[in-house]
Each structure stands twice: as structure tokens, then as C-alpha cells.
Design a protein around this ligand. Structure first.
Ligand code: FAD
Ligand code: UDP
Length: 365
């Protein structure tokens, strides 16, 4: 059998491409080295609860086209992500907003909060923030940085905030209203029934092989398709010949608990450095579950080494330059297109992955 496209990776990027290509009459073969489809969005049912196996996934976007696209495939519930932060014995609302400031300084009004933050910022005398620490300090002042950012970020990325790019912290809203919505986007929710069902629908009409690694498969199936859409790690594709790109991995410690409600919220971040995990996810709360038991996952951020799951690209200058060199190599591969979080080495959210895949479809199909 000869295909138009061999799609490496049954995650969101590969699945969007497969769906659009199939609509255009192209024959696609989708392979994934994991035993299942859906990439990092994969959900597994445990005790009647959709467990986000590779980390909590909350869909959010301001892109109407992307929102309409996913709503053709699933109904979304009205979940709004409002994480809690625990720092030692103190508890705060996230993202950084009036609820956080009011608890931290026992104040009520935006003017009071601004005055405290501004007096802290003034003392620091930071002109142009050069790294995450300076960015966070010049935005939120010393108390918020010390209690809610410093320890968490250091655990998450395995290095001090002075060695990280500022953009990572710009992901989070910072506002002087009483609003605990973690995202500023217009649309948000969790697909009813889980993400895996969406990907299943996208793959209708394509041939799918799981537990199939591209590097093994391609040895014996060199000419199986006219083109390859590759959503794995770009440095691995080239045998790490320019050196490995850096990633962060996460180890998930998932437990079933014999109680109905463990922490009262889907996401609780532990922001002091001494607690070894970054956050605890209680999966049932994403879907307002009423099951008798509950399932929680503790997330331990770890250094990535070859062979481990590469969850987060570390987009500092050094790695971005190395990626550029790999990208140039990629452009010389006439029959291969690199895409997705790993192929493009970008800290993409799901909506941005869909956007990028749809853009590729427009150019390619
Ligand atoms: P992936 O989902 O990683 O899919 C790539 C697939 O390629 C994988 O299944 C992999 O097994 C396969 N593959 C790789 N190499 C090979 C090979 N050699 N042969 C065969 N198959 C291969 N986004 C949000 O919008 N909201 C969130 O709340 C959110 N939370 C996240 C939490 C965590 C912990 C992480 C890591 C990410 C989160 N994201 C979130 C981002 C989201 O996961 C990604 O944007 C999206 O899943 C990327 O899709 P993808 O297809 O590019 O990659
Ligand atoms: N962050 C923080 N404290 C928190 C939550 C997040 O300092 O309680 C910082 C941290 O550097 C993290 C970044 O904000 O890497 C982005 O957080 P987000 O929750 O978007 O991370 P993700 O869900 O992608 O892991």
C-alpha cells in the first residue's frame, strides 16, 4: 500500500493534519510509538474518572476558528481553571489577582495593592527585565515573586529564575480585579468524554498503527508514502548530530484514593522549593465528578535524558539557536515536514498546535 502521507505522531498536530488531508481525498498512515493515540492529550478512565495521563489539559483559546473546529468534534463543559497555590502554610488564589493580593497583605482595593507592589518594585531599580526573575519582580514585586514564583519555577525548570527567559512567566495573567480565571482567553473548557475521543474522530479514514516507532518502521517501509509529517523530536530525527536539545520531563505519581474529595480543586500548586512536586491534580474536578473515589496525580519535574518523555522544550537562547540549526537541516529534507510541539521545539498550547496544523494544511493540501 502506498500512502500520500506518513504521519509520525498521533497527537493533536498529526491528527488535525490527518483529518484535513483525508477530507481532501489523501491517503494517510498515522503511526505512534506509544500504545495509544492522542499524544499528550490522552485520557485514561480510572474509577469512572478521565485521568489526564500526561498532565492536566485545559482547552483555552481566543481563536474563533480553532474553537469552532474543536466544537465540531466534541461538546465542551464550562470548567474554568482557577488553581490554588500553597506556600508553606499559606494558601493563595492564582493567577496573580486581587484575591491573591488581598490575602497576602490583608488589603481590599486595587489602589492599596498597586501601592504595595509599586513600592517593592521601586527599590529594585530594574530597567529592562533580562530574565524571568527580573520580569517577575518588575511585574509583581518581591512578595509575590518570593512566595508564588521563585520556588515553583526553579522546581519546574531545574534552574534559577535568572537563567530562564522572561516569556515563560508572561503566560500567566496578572490583574487588579477579583478574578481567579487562569486564562485570559475568550473560550475555555474540557471536552465532555475526554480528549481521546476527539482525536479518534479526527483519525477516521486514516490507517493507524500504534506501538510503532518511526525509526524502526521506516527501515523496512522506506517508500511507503510520498511525504512524511513528523511530529517527534527534531533532534532525534537527525540522530542528535548537532547535540541534543534540552527538554524537561515530568514524572506523574498517580493514586486512587478512597475518599470523595481530596483537595477541593482540580489544580493545587506547591510553590515552595522544599515540597518535591510542583502540583497535585485531582482529575474528577475537571468534569465536576461525583464518583465515590478520587484520583490524584503528583507532578515531579525532572531533568530530561535521551529515552525519557520530552514534555517541555527549554526555550532559552542557547537551545533556540541549536533548534535553528536543526530547522535548517529540516528544510533540506524535501519529503519531510516537521510540526507540533516537538517538531517545532515550541512551548505550544493545544490551540496553537491546531492553528499551526491548519496553517500547514492550507499551504500543503
Ligand atoms: P504530542 O501530543 O506530544 O504528540 C506527538 C506524538 O508523537 C506522541 O504521541 C509521541 O509518542 C509521537 N512520537 C514521537 N516520536 C515518535 C517516533 N519516533 N515514532 C512514532 N511516534 C513518535 N496545552 C493546553 O492548551 N492546555 C493545557 O492545559 C496544557 N497542559 C499541558 C500539560 C503538560 C504537562 C504538557 C507536557 C503539555 C500541556 N499542554 C497544554 C500542551 C499540549 O500537550 C500540546 O500543545 C499538544 O499536546 C501538542 O500536540 P503535538 O501533536 O504537537 O504533540
Ligand atoms: N508559575 C509560577 N507559579 C505558579 C504557576 C506557574 O511561578 O504557581 C510559572 C512557572 O515558571 C511556570 C510558568 O509560570 O513554568 C507557566 O505556568 P503554567 O501553569 O502555564 O505552566 P504549564 O501548565 O505549561 O506547566
Amino acid at each position: 500500500m502506498k500512502y500520500d502521507y506518513l504521519i509520525v505522531g498521533a497527537g493533536l498536530f498529526g491528527a488535525v493534519f490527518a483529518q484535513e488531508a483525508t477530507k481532501k481525498g489523501k491517503k494517510c498512515l498515522v503511526i505512534d510509538k506509544r500504545a495509544h493515540i492522542a499524544g499528550n492529550c490522552y485520557c485514561e478512565e480510572i474509577e469512572g474518572i478521565n485521568v489526564h495521563k500526561y498532565g492536566a489539559h485545559i482547552f483555552h483559546t481566543s481563536n474563533e476558528r480553532v474553537w469552532n473546529y474543536v466544537n465540531q468534534l466534541a461538546s465542551f463543559n464550562n470548567y474554568i481553571n482557577s488553581p490554588i497555590a500553597i506556600y508553606k502554610d499559606e494558601l493563595y488564589n492564582l493567577p496573580f489577582n486581587m484575591n491573591t493580593f488581598s490575602k497576602m497583605w490583608n488589603i481590599k482595593t486595587p489602589a492599596e495593592a498597586k501601592a504595595i507592589i509599586e513600592s517593592q518594585i521601586e527599590k529594585l531599580n530594574i530597567k529592562e527585565p533580562k530574565n524571568l526573575e527580573e520580569q517577575a519582580l518588575s511585574l509583581a514585586g518581591t512578595d509575590v515573586y518570593e512566595k508564588l514564583i521563585k520556588g515553583y519555577t526553579q522546581k519546574q525548570w531545574g534552574r534559577p529564575c535568572t537563567e530562564l527567559p522572561a516569556f515563560i512567566i508572561k503566560r500567566l495573567p496578572f490583574r487588579f480585579v477579583y478574578d481567579n480565571n487562569y486564562f485570559n482567553d475568550r473560550y475555555q473548557g474540557i471536552p465532555i468524554g475526554g480528549y481521546t475521543k476527539i482525536i479518534e474522530k479526527m483519525l477516521v479514514g486514516s490507517d493507524v498503527k500504534t506501538s510503532t516507532d518511526y525509526f524502526e518502521f521506516s527501515k523496512e517501509n522506506k517508500d511507503i508514502a510520498d511525504k512524511v509529517i513528523y511530529t517527534g523530536m527534531i533532534d532525534e530525527y537527525f540522530g542528535y548530530k548537532l547535540g541534543p536539545l534540552e527538554y524537561r520531563s515530568v514524572s506523574f505519581d498517580t493514586e486512587v484514593l478512597e475518599e470523595e474529595n481530596y483537595q477541593g480543586n482540580a489544580v493545587v500548586n506547591y510553590t515552595d522549593y522544599e515540597v518535591p512536586y510542583t502540583r497535585i491534580i485531582e482529575h474528577k474536578h475537571f468534569e465536576f465528578g461525583k464518583q465515590e473515589k478520587t484520583v490524584i496525580s503528583k507532578e515531579y519535574s525532572t531533568k530530561w535524558e535521551v529515552g525519557m518523555e520530552p514534555y517541555y522544550p527549554v526555550n532559552n537562547e542557547e537551545n533556540n539557536n541549536l533548534f535553528k540549526a536543526y530547522k535548517e537541516l529540516g528544510e533540506k529534507e524535501e519529503k519531510v515536514i516537521f510540526g507540533g510541539r516537538l517538531g517545532n521545539y515550541k512551548y505550544y498550547d493545544m490551540d496553537k498546535v491546531i492553528e499551526a496544523a491548519l496553517e500547514l494544511c492550507e499551504n500543503e493540501l
